[in-house]
Design a protein around this ligand. Structure first.
Ligand code: ATP
Length: 474
């Protein structure tokens, strides 16, 4: 089943159960405290908090998400992407626990020929919150093997906003991939064999003292109880497509195939190289989706996250043996794999690709200037105390434009550390020197060169239409 079909089935199912299906919101988070939309519920927060009235009390969506928190997991686990899609059904003071559990169970276990996903009930496992006997009883009534229901504490199975407000227990659904993927004993025993696919949050409490989840204080019951669920589309896809991980699904794998052609290496030959292939496939797709929502590479905020994704792609491709520009090959392949679900990618692709290719060219120039110097510094570190000196890291940054993150990553790849504290000290010294220079210059500068220019600004300007302008001073 193609990924787009899995999403369609989810949204159809909930539409048939009276949910209003809405398109994904932008990846640029409406919430000022996070850079990107990190979960399906983010666009619905005003409804969940009761600050706004939703257009319908039942809604569903397939939300584009970016989580950079998971970046170091990418390629190493089977289930973490920096970009992924979260399917979700929501109830704002409408149905609650019983229906939410029933809907999830029915959609997962209904045969594929009848519109469901056809998971074998014997392979499904559930976790529930310690005090939530009600949820366990509902799950048992649905017909799940009682041995497959596990109990977890506050840390794992209780949701809050991170501040005082709504909160509540959750119940997570896992799929058992089988004994060849790890030890038995349910998700508590092994999170790689048992893959979390769907999280159901039952928001029924008002909570405070959320500094520490273990010391959380339940103030009372909410007047309007909400349901907020999130199912990972890529995780459903890899399990339903019989693949080994989310990077091998139809929306991602074509980039791995293109990277194989560019590098002449085969995916599957060597685990260390496979991680790099997966990083490339993940990051190219994330960069495409982030740029299509309007972000461009820069040195701050979202632009910096994007810059890192593009640079990490280039770096991983170099480790696969490719020195030349790769984005002109990989980006169109990723777009072709995603456009069935996101036809709007075509509208901005020209501009997006120009910017991505320009960024790659600039980075390749930086790399060719700095790599040799870094190699010398790394060799020196290997023969010495195993640490690249702060002075070398500073020189790489200052003279060759090598960002410290890159020095750190490339040094770590070769098993050496970097004296980051000294680097920061040298950076701070340089900044303070620059500040003093600027002050000195401001006091000595000859401002008369600006006088003529100032006069032209003060002269009246006649408006002659949109194509001509006349200034009397000219
Ligand atoms: P995990 O513990 O496996 O990292 P999570 O508890 O952080 O997952 P939730 O925040 O509950 O996940 O998100 C809801 C669903 O979204 C998960 O059940 C999973 O299917 C999916 N999901 C979460 N993070 C990712 C990711 N980085 N890549 C792909 N899918 C994800």
């Amino acid at each position: 089943m193609r990924t787009s079909e899995i999403a369609k089935r989810y949204l159809n199912y909930f539409e048939q159960h009276d949910h209003l299906v809405v398109p994904s919101a932008s990846l640029i988070s409406p919430n000022p405290t996070t850079l990107f939309t990190i979960a399906g519920m983010v666009p619905f927060i005003p409804y969940l908090l009761g600050e706004q009235t939703p257009p319908r009390s039942r809604m569903a969506s397939n939300q584009k998400c970016v989580r950079t928190l998971d970046i170091d997991e990418v390629g190493k686990t089977t289930r973490h992407g920096t970009f992924f899609q979260m399917l979700g059904n929501f109830s704002f003071g409408d149905y609650f626990k019983e229906e939410a559990i029933h809907y999830a169970w029915q959609l997962l276990t209904t045969a594929q020929e009848q519109g469901g996903y056809g998971f074998d009930p014997e392979k499904l496992w559930i976790t529930t919150f310690t005090d939530d006997e009600e949820a366990r009883s509902i799950w048992r009534n649905e017909g799940i093997d009682p041995e497959h229901i596990q109990i977890m504490g506050m840390e794992d199975n209780f949701w809050t906003t991170g501040g005082p407000g709504p909160g509540g227990p959750c119940s997570e659904i896992y799929v058992d991939r089988g004994p060849e993927f790890g030890k038995e004993g349910g998700p508590i025993a092994d999170e790689n064999r048992y893959i979390e696919i769907w999280d159901l949050v039952f928001e029924n409490y008002e909570v405070d003292n959320v500094q520490s989840k273990t010391d959380l204080h339940i103030v009372g019951e909410l007047e309007h109880k909400n349901i907020d669920t999130g199912a990972g589309l890529e995780r459903l896809a890899y399990l339903l497509q019989g693949k080994n991980n989310i990077y091998e699904i139809d929306e991602v794998f074509p980039v791995i195939e293109a990277a194989q052609r560019l590098s002449g290496r085969m995916y599957g030959d060597d685990e260390a190289m496979d991680v790099k292939f997966r990083v490339v496939a993940d990051h190219v797709r994330s960069a495409l989706m982030i740029m299509s929502d309007g972000v461009r590479p820069s040195n701050t905020g979202r632009g910096y996250v994007l810059r890192r994704l593009l640079r990490r792609t280039v770096k991983a491709m170099r480790e696969l043996g490719v020195q030349e520009a790769v984005m002109p090959t990989l980006l169109p392949v990723s777009k072709a794999a995603m456009e069935a679900s996101y036809p709007e990618l075509n509208e901005t692709f020209h501009e997006v690709s120009e910017s991505a290719y320009g960024e790659e060219d600039a980075f390749l120039r930086t790399l060719s200037a700095g790599t040799e110097i870094l190699d010398v510094a790394v060799n020196k570190a290997k023969q010495g105390n195993g640490t690249v000196s702060g002075a070398d890291a500073f020189k790489l940054h200052d003279t060759y434009g090598f960002p410290i993150e890159l020095t750190l990553e490339m040094a770590a790849d070769q098993g050496v550390k970097v004296d980051e504290a000294k680097f920061r000290e040298l950076m701070a010294e340089q900044k303070s020197r620059a500040r003093q220079d600027a002050l000195k210059k401001r006091h000595n500068v000859d401002l008369s060169v600006y006088d003529d220019f100032k006069k032209t600004l003060e002269a009246p300007i006649d408006f002659l239409g949109y194509t001509q302008m006349s200034s009397r001073a000219r």
